[in-house]
Design a binder for this molecule. Sequence first.
Ligand code: BGC
Length: 807
Amino acid sequence: MKYGFFDDAAREYVIHTPQTPLPWINYLGSEAFFSLISNTAGGYSFYKDARLRRITRYRYNNVPADGGGRMYYICDGDAVWNPGYLPCKTPLDRYACRHGLGYTVFEAAKNGLSAGLTCFVPLGVSCEVNRLTLRNDSPAAKTVTLFSAMEWCLWDAVDDSSNFQRNLNIAEVEVDNGVLYHKTEYRERRDHYAFFGVNREVNGFDTDRDAFLGAMNGWDSPEAVTLRQSGNTVAHGGAPMAGHMFKLLLAPGEQKSCVFVLGYVENERDRKFDAPGVINKEKARAMLEKFATDEKVELALGELAAYWDALLGRFQVSSPDDKLDRMVNIWNQYQCMVTFNMSRSASYYESGIGRGMGFRDSCQDLLGFVHLIPERARERVLDIAAIQREDGSTWHQYQPLTKRGNAGAGWGFNDDPLWLVACVSAYIRETGDDGILREPVAFDNAPGTEAPLFEHLRRSIHYTLANRGPHGLPLIGRADWNDCLNLNCFSEEPGESFQTCANYESGVAESVFIAGMFVLYGREYAELCRRFGRPEEAFEVLARVADMERAIVEHGWDGAWFVRAYDAFGQKVGSKECEEGQIYIEPQGLCAMARIGLEQGYPRKALDSVKARLTTPYGTCLLAPCYSVYHKELGEVSSYPPGFKENGSIFCHNNPWISIGEALNGNEEEAFAVYRRTCPAYLEDISEIHRTEPYVYSQTIAGAASPKFGQARNSWLTGTAAWTFVNASQYILGIRPEFDGLSIDPRLPASIETFSATRLYRGVKYVITVKNSGSGDYTLFADGSLVEGNVVTAAKGAGEVSVLVTR
Ligand code: BGC
C-alpha cells in the first residue's frame, strides 16, 4: 500500500494522507539552523546542536509522537483546522504534503478555503521561514481568524525536560510590535535569544502557554482558539510560547499570505541590551526584513533550489530503472547530506539529547557526502581526527557544538581508529588533496600535541597491531562496528550501559570483523604511504596485513563462512559450533570485500552461506539463528528479542557490504538483488508493512524471526545512507574515485543494458555512457581515445571529458 508518490521532476515525495504509519519527516537547514518537519508539520528546531541549543520543544515518548512543531489554526465559521491536519485532526477536503530538498509544502483545503504552507530554512540565515497563504475559493466573503503557535524550549533540551524546579521559574519573553522574543537566561550567561515574527500586523498574541491552552487542554483545543481570542499574555516563568492572532477578511477569490520567521540571534556581550532589561533587536529586525514580502521569500526559495541543483548535479545517472535513478540522483544523496548535518543526533528516533557525532559513524558518513561537499568534508575529517587520543584509540563520540570527546561514551571501541583511514583515503581519492596528510591536528584536542594527520593514521594502524589477542586477531575492546557485541562486559545490572560499564579487560576477546577491516584499510594505508613519501612504511604495513590475512585464514574461517569473534573465554562466536548466532553478516561482508582467502575460495563460499542462511525477501539479516536467551558473555546483542536490532534484524548498514562483496566476487545479479531488497524506493508498495518513509533508508528492518518481519525502524540517521551510495555509485554503476583518476568498472545486472551518468570530479565534468551487452572486462574511450585499464586519469582544469564504456 502506498501513502504517496515520487514526483521525480520536482524532486519531491508527495504524501497524500496525513495518516501515514509513522510520522514521515524531512529536514530543513544546511548550515547551522536546523528543523525536523513531519508530514503533519510537527518537529522541532535547533541551532547547531539539538541537545545544547534547542529552540523549540519536543516531548519524548508522547502520544501522538508527532506533537509540537509549527501550529497554524485556521478558524473559518465553526470549523477549526490545520494545514498539516494535526493537532486538531479536523478532516480536510484536500491534503498533500510535499517533502522536497530542504523544504516542505502543505496544501490543504476545507469548506472552500485553501491553505498553502511552505516551510524552509533559507541559506545563510539562522531561521525557519513559514509562508502561509489562505485563499477564499468560495463565492462568499469569509472572515477567518488565524492563530499561529509554537512552544519554546529552554535551550538545553535535557535540562528542559528534567530540571523543573529551576526551569519553571526562569522563562522570560519580550513582545515588540508583534514580534515575540524568547530571552530566557539572556539576562545572565547566554548571549543568544530566539524570536517568532511575522510580516503582517497582528490582532493579538500569546506568550504564556498555559493561558493560551487553558487548564486541561492540549494543543488540539487551545482555549484561545476556541474563544477566537488571544489573551495578549506575557510569560513570567512557566512555559513560554509564541503565538499570533489575525482577523483576515477574504473576498471571494482573494488570497492573503503571512510570512512567519522563527529566528535565532547571537549578540556580542557588550551589545546585548538596548536599555536595562531590553534586548538588542537589531539583528532580529534585519532578519525579519529579509523575508518581509512574498517576492523575497520566492527569491530565497530560488537560492535554495539552486544550491541543491548544484550539489546533486555532481552525480546524476540515467538508466532504464527509474527507482535506481531516483535513489541515486535524489534521495540517497540527500540522506547522505542529512547524515553530514545530523550524524546520529536528531531524528524522530534519535532524540537529539543522546548521541552526538559518532567517531565511526561520521567517518563512514563521509564516504557518502565527500563528493558533494569536499571543502566541508575536509573540516569534518580534521574535527574527527582531533578526538583521537595519543595511543591511537579514539573517543567514541563528540558534541558538535564543543567538538570535544563525550566522556559519557568513552573510548575503547576497537574498530574506531581504522575508520579514520577509510575516511581520509576517501577524501584524498575524491579531491586529490594529499596536503591534508600534513595538516597538524592535536590529540584529544589538547593544544601542543599537534601532529600531522598522517601520524594520526599511523597511530590508528598501530593501535590495532598493539592490541591483538591469542590468535593474532585484533582485540574487540568494548565493541567493534556492532556496538552490541560486548564480549568483555558480562553485565548483570539492570539498566547498566553495555557499552560503558566496567570491562573485564580479558585480553582474549578478538574480532574477526576488525581483522577484515585491518586488511582492507591496512592496504589502503600502505597505499597512502607508498604514494605520499613513506615507501618503507608501506612495505612494513603490507607485511602486517599479510600476517593478519594468515590469522584470519587460520583462525577466522569456520568451514563455510568467517567466524565473527572469539569471546573472553576463547570460544568462537558466529560459528557452526554455536547453538545460536552461528553466522554473522559483518565478517562475511568485510572479508569478501577484502577478498581474504581468495585462493581457497573463501569469499565466494562465505557469500553463498550468506545467501543460504541470512537472506530474506526484505534483506540480509545480521545473524542467524537469533539468540533466544540472554548471554552475558555476548552482551547487548542477545538482549533484543529475536529479529530486532543487532539480534538478527536486517541491519541495513551492512547489506551493502554483501552487495559490494558480490560485485567484487563475480555475482553481479546478486549484487543488484541485495541492493534492491533494502532500497526504500522498491519498497514503496509495501509501506504498510515497512512503515518508515519510502524515500530514505532506515537503520533496521525486523528480521524473519520477528513477528514484525519486514517492519523498518529508525529512519534517516544511519550509515546505510553512505554505504548504499558507495555501493550504488562505485560498485554497481562502477564510477569510483581512485588516487589518479576515476575508474569506471560497472557491475550491472543484465536488466541494465545501458546507462549514462555525469560525475563532477576535481572540477571536471565526466559524461559517461555505458553499454553492457556482455560479460567480462569493459573497454573505455575517453574523448575518443582508448584508455589502458579502467582508470580515466584525472583531467586538469575545468571542462568536460566524455567517456564511452562498453562490453
Ligand atoms: C551505531 C553504529 C553501530 C551500529 C551497529 C548504530 O546504532 O550508530 O555506530 O555501528 O549501530 O551496532
